[in-house]
Design a binder for this molecule. Structure first.
Ligand SMILES: Cc1cc2nc3c(=O)[nH]c(=O)nc-3n(C[C@H](O)[C@H](O)[C@H](O)COP(=O)(O)OP(=O)(O)OC[C@H]3O[C@@H](n4cnc5c(N)ncnc54)[C@H](O)[C@@H]3O)c2cc1C
Ligand code: SF4
Ligand code: SF4
Ligand code: SF4
Length: 402
């Protein structure tokens, strides 16, 4: 039966599990569930669907006009297609040394979120925390205190759905900033162009650069490797405590297991075996549709940095005004970075995502890809070989971990 909903044409290649469809649905007919593959995926209660089509309008997997969306947000198409619209690029870090050390990169996102709340620019910030119980699961929520924002610091390399935060925002509208991934940002921008409450409530989008969000199977595998059952975990972090940081498990509030996050990434989370199909079809690395986007400062001059530094791309006037104010108030530190320096640092990410992943989307997904952008040009032989290896890993991974 045709429902006008996302379910008319849903596939795992086009669904990043962002949960915006479930958040926007007027009858709450959609629930986001964690599948046996460890990804977030929507489920429809057909008895509640009123065929309004709203979920389809906001879904990033249904594609969009990249140029049009840029013009509607920033007033122009991007001059550089690899990085999107921007006004300034900086490397920087939090003015609070403890925060800088304890966050994932340089602590800019947490510092900025706290300052936005403290200065009453917003009434809350959508951030992501971990919930412990039978399983360890991530939950996006509206933090309304500095403590809640602080406790939600750190990158969660797992699926994150915004559904509950959006439902809460629509129920009780207030000014918020949203910390999210590039796919979330696209879904939110689409939602904001259709939904007045969201348009008026979301005043700032802060996106994290994103190469992939590994499935929950990666986390299960990691805990198994360390002989810990999920129900024993009382604290988990992928990154933090310096740079690139430490992956830590606290077991039954008693003992702690810790290793370099680069080792945990290489052997488990970043192995490629746990990359969801949707991430293999996603073409946005830098968070093109945010006001400001943030990543790690993987720059040659940062070799030996043990505390942490961010790179940030300022895209909107609002973003620029906020960053300038925080630099003047010495809450954050920021130095100009040349466009070429950031492109060099992230060559592999941008080239594979912008050039190869549209091919994946067409070939394996038969869809526009999670963030359907256009193919920029023919990939080089080196890129094609790397992509071939990735696809073999994906193929093997799906079979090994299915
Ligand atoms: C899945 C994922 C993939 C990433 N891939 C890359 C990459 O390839 N290269 C790169 O340079 N940087 C990547 N990043 C970004 C990087 O890890 C840092 O998050 C970023 O540099 C900000 O650092 P910070 O110290 O300012 O963040 P912090 O101050 O530690 O704050 C992080 C904020 O992000 C929120 N958050 C954490 N995880 C998620 C999530 N999954 N979804 C939504 N919100 C979340 C937290 O609640 C917190 O508010 C990725 C992040 C994630 C979550
Ligand atoms: S009621 Fe509307 S938004 Fe909800 S599932 Fe049906 S078509 Fe989608
Ligand atoms: S990509 Fe997001 S909006 Fe689209 S179906 Fe999946 S969860 Fe819903
Ligand atoms: S790679 Fe793309 S689809 Fe996957 S989590 Fe990151 S932004 Fe979302």
């Amino acid at each position: 039966m045709k429902t006008n909903s996302v379910f008319d044409r849903l596939s795992k290649a086009m669904c990043c599990g962002c949960g915006v469809c479930a958040g926007i649905c007027p009858t709450q007919a959609i629930t986001i569930r964690v599948t046996s593959e460890g990804i977030n995926y929507p489920v429809l209660d057909t008895t509640k669907c009123i065929f309004c089509g709203k979920c389809q309008q906001v879904c990033p997997g249904f594609g969009f006009d990249h140029k049009e969306l840029n013009i509607s947000i920033f007033g122009q198409a991007p001059e550089n297609a690899l990085i999107g619209n921007f006004q300034a690029i900086y490397k920087g870090y939090s003015g609070n040394g403890d925060l800088r050390f304890s966050c994932s990169s340089g602590g800019l996102v947490t510092t900025m979120s706290i300052e936005l709340l403290r200065n009453k620019v917003v009434d809350g910030v959508v951030v992501t925390r971990l919930k412990y119980g039978r399983e360890v699961r991530a939950e996006a929520f509206i933090a309304s205190t500095e403590e809640e924002i602080f406790n939600a610091k750190g990158s969660k390399y797992c699926p994150v759905s915004l559904d509950k935060a959006i439902i809460e925002l629509k129920r009780n509208p207030r000014k918020v900033a949203v910390v999210c991934l590039p796919c979330h940002a696209i879904a939110l921008r689409k939602a904001m162009s259709h939904d007045k409450v969201l348009k008026e409530s979301i005043v700032l989008i802060l996106a994290l650069f994103c190469n992939q969000a590994p499935s929950y199977r990666a986390l299960s595998r990691y805990l198994k490797k360390h002989k810990v059952s999920a129900s024993q975990v009382t604290y988990f972090q992928w990154r933090g405590d310096g740079w690139p940081g430490k992956t830590k498990i606290k077991v039954d509030n008693q003992h702690e297991i810790s290793e370099l996050s680069t080792d945990a990434w290489a052997t488990c989370f970043g192995s490629g075996y746990f990359t969801p199909l949707a991430c293999y079809c996603c073409q946005d690395f830098f968070g093109d549709f945010s006001d400001i986007s943030f990543g790690d400062a993987w720059l040659p001059e940062q070799k030996g940095d043990t505390i942490g530094t961010n790179v940030m791309i300022i895209r909107s006037d609002k973003g620029k005004q906020i960053v300038d104010g925080l630099v003047d108030a010495k809450k954050i530190h920021a130095d100009n970075l040349r466009l070429q320096a950031i492109l060099n640092a992230f060559t592999i990410n941008t080239r594979t995502k912008r050039i190869c992943y549209p091919l994946h989307a067409n070939l394996i997904g038969n869809c526009p890809g999670v963030t359907g952008m256009s193919v920029l040009g023919a990939p080089s032989c080196k890129v094609v070989v790397k992509e071939f290896i990735r696809l073999v890993k994906l193929f093997v991974g799906v079979r090994l971990h299915a």
